[in-house]
Structures are given as structure tokens and as C-alpha cells.
Ligand binder design. Structure first.
Ligand code: ARG
Length: 418
């Protein structure tokens, strides 16, 4: 704790946690001034209005940083890595380092002494923020965690102090929204056996009788650049696809998520654009990457996703993974048509100049394969295929019968060897 006379920058959303933190940073931590930093990663407008109103009511100077483009670009990098964690396309996780860096810049520019967040000691976000902030000389403060606060206590405290609290989406759930995903936690959803009410969803309509629709996604070096032939910047592309795919009810995930600390949590997400882009990207990789590249890349992608979940995308390990991802994705250029229908999407067509595909080679209608290879050439391969397994099974069978000899063969087939 400081002895006063300092300024602290607070990650500020205007929600209950951060509102209570403003007051506690002065009362409990002795700071003279709190500045609130709100980072725009594509939250809905009303969240900014709410944050602004709350800041004003609290007498906190609020800084708003627009990081949408930087965040959208990171989301498209995640597409190249086919990134998901246990089925969650990582919206909150990807946004945190972007937010943390933006707040740190403001704190440093404004000559702050401390930097604070309103995360609890149970979640992932505390770790993601602090992984970046602890690289600075600022005092890192986590009032909710350090003082062991509960939501109930915070509500009571806010009432006593007359703090302006409302809570997003009516305050029933804990919501985190950005361009890439909307997460809904808390209240009755904490019970994994509760079926979510329809009104938790804001981005996705109920998959209804809406007729199916096709969308063409064009990729360049693994990143989506066009929708139905229209060139779009990353933010606009994601926003447009969220609308379009969301109207078909695409991209809902209801899952048990293993947090970094090991706690399981029931999560609900909406992420229409992410689902379509990840589906399309994987389909294009299927066309242009070799068998070995695809299977090895799946391991690389899994490691990238794990680090992204941990908020450690700046690790040298991640750059090394990205070297493989970028290299292979230089060929992930082409167009995939995705069918949007009844809450699902699937690729229905793909084309690329880099396709590792020969129609004549795979066709049932043609006799020879490029290079003069004929069907009969596969006979030798077919003879060998499974040879070792057949041999191993024979040996096991003989051993069971008790006829195995020390060199592995059975007495009966000894003569015919070699
Ligand atoms: N569990 C997710 C993550 O750690 C998202 C958490 C979002 N927070 C919320 N209050 N809904 O990345």
C-alpha cells in the first residue's frame, strides 16, 4: 500500500467491480487520484455510455482507447492458428493483452504510480493483465482479490457509499463482450444442469426456419480479406459476419471450461463470425496443406491456443509457433463457400491456386495418375500394407497357443521363412 499522493490507473468498465474499486483504491490503498481507462475492443455502445456516466458520477477522469483494429487483427491471426480452447474461440482471452497494454500506456504517459484491475482471484483475467503489467515499475493492485470481496459485499458497500451501480444487461449475468465473442456467466447458469433461457443470447437468433444462405470467404495468406467478393477491413469483416451468421443462430457454445487455476466453470458464448471464419479457414487448409503439414499444424495450433488462453501471446514460444503458422499459411489463399443454415455452418466449396490436389489422380473416371503411375502400381503397396500388424498378430496368437519359438516365429512356419 502506498502512503498517499499517488495516482492509479484502473481498468474501468463502469460495472460493479470497477466502481467499487475506485472508492477502495482511495480509502484502502491511500491513492489520491484514480483514473479510469476503458479500452474499446468492440463492446456495444451502451457499455461506453454506462462507463462514461459512472465515471462522471464518481468524479473519475476517464480515458477511452480505441484498440478495435489491433484486436481485430489479432483475431484474424487466431484464425490462421485455427484457435480455440476446449471449443471456445478465445474472445476474452485474446482481448486481455490488448486491453492490458493500452491501459499500461495510459498509466505510463500520465505518470501513474499504480495500476489496478477489478478481477477476482478465481478467474483467468487477473493472470492475463498482470502478465503484462508486472513488466513495469508500477504497483499492481487487485482490490477484489486482495480484500477477498464477494459480489454481495460489493453491492452492500456500493449501497452504503451511494455509488452508481447498474450492471450490464440488467446485472443478472456477468457479461464480457468484444468483437470476437460474447460471454455470459453467473446467476442460474453457474449450475451446469440449468438449461439457459433464450434471452441470454443477444448476437444469435434462435436457429429458425430462415432459409439457408451461402457466404463466400476469400483468404489471403491465411487471413480473411473478402466476404462475397467485397474487400473488407478486419473490424468491418468481423462485424458484418457476426450479423449475418448470428441471424442463422450460428456460434453458440455451452461448455465446461477448465480455467488456468484448475477451476471448472460453466460458460456460455456467442461467436458467429469466429465460427464461420474458423470453419472456412480449416477447409482451405484442407485443400492446400499436405497431410504432414495438417497433422503437425494441429499440434502447433493447439499450443498457440493454449498460450492465447493464458494471455501469453507475446512469449517467444508463440513467435516460434507463428513462424510455422505463417510459413504454411502463405499458401492459404483462395475462396471457401460456407453454407449458413439452422444454427450450423459448413464448407460446401473451396478453391485455391495452391490446391495440393489432382482431380485426375483422385478421379474414378481416369486410369493413370500424373507421372505415369497406374492403378496396378498400388498392388505392391497393398501387399505390404499391414504386413507388420499381421505378423505381430500371428505371433501373439501362437504365443497364446504356446507354440512360439524364442526367435518369435512359430515352429510350423519356421521352414518357410526367408
Ligand atoms: N472464461 C472466459 C475466459 O477466461 C471468459 C470470461 C468472461 N468473463 C465474463 N465476466 N463473462 O477467457
Amino acid at each position: 500500500m502506498t502512503d498517499g499522493n499517488g495516482t492509479v490507473a484502473l481498468a474501468f468498465s463502469g460495472g460493479l467491480d470497477t466502481t467499487v474499486c475506485v472508492s477502495l483504491l482511495k480509502e484502502e490503498y491511500g491513492y489520491d487520484e484514480v483514473i479510469g481507462v476503458t479500452v474499446d475492443v468492440g463492446q456495444p455502445d451502451y457499455e461506453f455510455e454506462e462507463a462514461e456516466e459512472t465515471a462522471e458520477a464518481l468524479g473519475v477522469e476517464q480515458y477511452v482507447v480505441d484498440a478495435r483494429e489491433e484486436f481485430a487483427d489479432l483475431c484474424l491471426t487466431a484464425v490462421k492458428a485455427n484457435a480455440d480452447y476446449q471449443g471456445y474461440p478465445l474472445g476474452t482471452a485474446l482481448a486481455r493483452p490488448v486491453i492490458a497494454k493500452a491501459i499500461l500506456s495510459v498509466a505510463e504517459e500520465e505518470g501513474c504510480d499504480g495500476i489496478a484491475h477489478g478481477c477476482t482471484g478465481k478467474g483467468n483475467d487477473q493472470l492475463r493483465f498482470e502478465a503484462i503489467w508486472r513488466d513495469s515499475d508500477l504497483e499492481v493492485i487487485a482490490p477484489v482479490r486482495e480484500l477477498g470481496l464477494t459480489r454481495e459485499w460489493e453491492n452492500e458497500y456500493a449501497r452504503e457509499k451511494g455509488l452508481p451501480v447498474e450492471g450490464g444487461d440488467g446485472g443478472r449475468y456477468s457479461i464480457d463482450t468484444n468483437l470476437w465473442s460474447r460471454s455470459i456467466e453467473g446467476s442460474e447458469l453457474e449450475d451446469p444442469s440449468t438449461i439457459p433461457a433464450d434471452d441470454i443470447y443477444k448476437w444469435t437468433d434462435n436457429p429458425s426456419d430462415k432459409p439457408a444462405e451461402l457466404v463466400e470467404v476469400t483468404f489471403e495468406d491465411g487471413e480473411p480479406v473478402e466476404l462475397d467478393g467485397d474487400d473488407l477491413e478486419s473490424v468491418a469483416l468481423i462485424e458484418q459476419l457476426n450479423e449475418q451468421a448470428g441471424s442463422h443462430g450460428i456460434g453458440r457454445t455451452d461448455m465446461m471450461e477448465d480455467r488456468m487455476l484448475g477451476l471448472k466453470v460453466r460458460e456460455n458464448y456467442e461467436h458467429p463470425a469466429a465460427t464461420v471464419l474458423l470453419t472456412a479457414h480449416e477447409a482451405l487448409e484442407g485443400l492446400v496443406l499436405t497431410k504432414e503439414e495438417r497433422s503437425f499444424k494441429a499440434q502447433i495450433d493447439q499450443q498457440w491456443s493454449q498460450k492465447a488462453y493464458e494471455g501469453l501471446i507475446d512469449a517467444p514460444f508463440v513467435s516460434a509457433l507463428e513462424a510455422f503458422i505463417d510459413d504454411t499459411n502463405e499458401r492459404v489463399t483462395g475462396t471457401v463457400t460456407v453454407k449458413l443454415e439452422g444454427g450450423h455452418c459448413r464448407p460446401v466449396s473451396r478453391e485455391s491456386d495452391y490446391a495440393v490436389y489432382s482431380e485426375s489422380a483422385a478421379s474414378f473416371d481416369e486410369e493413370t495418375i500424373t507421372g505415369g503411375i497406374t492403378q496396378q502400381d498400388a498392388t505392391g503397396v497393398a501387399k505390404y500394407h499391414g504386413f507388420q500388424s499381421r505378423l505381430a498378430n500371428d505371433i501373439l496368437e501362437d504365443a497364446k497357443k504356446g507354440t512360439a519359438t524364442p526367435d518369435g516365429g512359430s515352429e510350423a512356419d519356421h521352414d518357410s521363412e526367408e
